[in-house]
Design a protein around this ligand. Structure first.
Ligand code: EPU
Length: 336
């Protein structure tokens, strides 16, 4: 464990933003992290770097969490209980589960990032959220260096939300996540339109976990840019929830506005649609842009600075607000 000086962070964030860490260290065990916390009080964490927009050099110590390992705690005929360390790559973990016939996260295939960050924003896609299969989350309390365990309920999960984004923000470093996955009678979730279409086109009537995963991978590849090719952080904004009253007003002008009921008085509207209707889809400003196939994804074509991407995001928020009176909330962590 050695602190390095002036390390470029381009390869540590999926937006591919070139900023410098003045001091940088990779940590590969909970013990190492505990030792480090005894002396270092100010630091900045990176893991998969898939949900952050860096806008300037980082002056404090950057700690790269690279704690690896998957263990089976117990299993019976129906379910397996696993503990997975924070530094494991999320998609590789999904593939491991599929090859072992463990069900529950196949719809979350190909999401960038690590296992340790999946609970923070409760990653979700194609009708499934990771909160459905999380049993516990473990982390180090920064103040005391003690390992603490949170039950699923403690995490207070919501849509792209948890206590780790709110009351426990900057208080805990997540070190592992526990999952309960099915070993038989998998509850496949194929109701999402695009998954059904993909399976039907392949004549698959009784899909396996792998069939669902393959369908999700095909859909994501067709719509979402691969961060290895074009820098991005997935959905940049959350899908906003508006009042039914406002929705009905807007629908008069925009009869094709997609919408999903949230409650009897609230409606969720896809941010991607709002951004596209505001004319930004596929637009490019220097190396900062809006993806041509999914307007919810901001991209770095090469050398955009974090500040340029952030300015574009603000321009989009402003235009969408002027057009629809809807405030788009940024989903990605903007580091300023
Ligand atoms: N839409 C447009 N234009 C666009 C993009 C979308 O009109 O450019 C419309 C679509 O036609 C559709 C609706 O918006 O009617 C929804 O689009 P889509 O199914 O692509 O999903 P989304 O709501 O845009 C959410 C998640 C994604 C997740 C997909 C699939 C959020 C913020 N995003 O996107 O998550 O993969 O559903 O479940 O909830 C991520 O968080 O990084 C992410 C990619």
């Amino acid at each position: 464990m050695k602190i390095q000086q002036n390390i470029p962070l381009k390869n540590y964030n999926t937006f591919g933003i070139s900023v410098i860490a003045k001091r940088f260290i990779t940590v590969t065990s909970v013990y190492e992290l505990q030792q480090l916390l005894k002396t270092e009080k100010n630091f900045f964490l990176v893991s998969g770097g898939s949900n952050m927009l860096l806008t300037k050099d980082i002056e404090t110590l950057v700690i790269h969490i690279d704690i690896k390992g998957i263990s089976i705690d117990r299993e019976d005929d129906n379910a397996v209980y696993l503990t997975v360390n924070a530094g494991e790559n999320w998609h590789e973990f999904v593939l491991y589960c599929i090859s072992n016939n463990y069900g529950g996260i196949e719809n979350l295939s190909l999401i960038p990032g690590t296992v340790g960050t999946c609970p923070i924003q409760n990653i979700g896609a194609y009708g499934v959220e990771v909160k459905n299969v999380i049993t516990k989350v473990e982390g180090l309390e920064i103040k005391t260096g003690k390992l603490v365990t949170f039950s699923n309920k403690d995490c207070n999960f919501g849509y792209r939300n948890s206590i780790f984004k709110n009351s426990h923000k900057a208080k805990i470093i997540l070190t592992s996540v526990g999952f309960k996955l099915t070993k038989k009678d998998h509850k496949l979730n194929t109701s999402y339109g695009a998954i059904e279409t993909e399976l039907t086109s392949k004549n698959i009537a009784r899909p396996t976990l792998k069939d669902v995963s393959d369908a999700v991978i095909a859909i994501r590849k067709s719509k979402l840019p691969d961060p290895k090719e074009i820098g991005n952080s997935g959905s940049f904004f959350k899908n906003p929830v508006i009042s039914k009253k406002q929705f009905l007003e807007l629908q008069k002008e925009h009869p094709n506005m997609p919408n999903y009921p949230v409650s009897s008085i609230e409606v969720k509207v896809p941010a991607g649609w709002l951004v596209e209707q505001s004319g930004f889809k596929g637009k490019r400003f220097g190396d900062a842009g809006v993806h041509e196939k999914q307007a919810l994804v901001l991209v770095n074509y090469g050398n955009a600075s974090g500040e340029e991407i952030y300015q574009l995001a603000q321009k989009i928020q402003e235009t969408v607000f002027n057009n629809f009176r809807i405030s788009l909330e940024i989903e990605v962590n903007v580091i300023q």
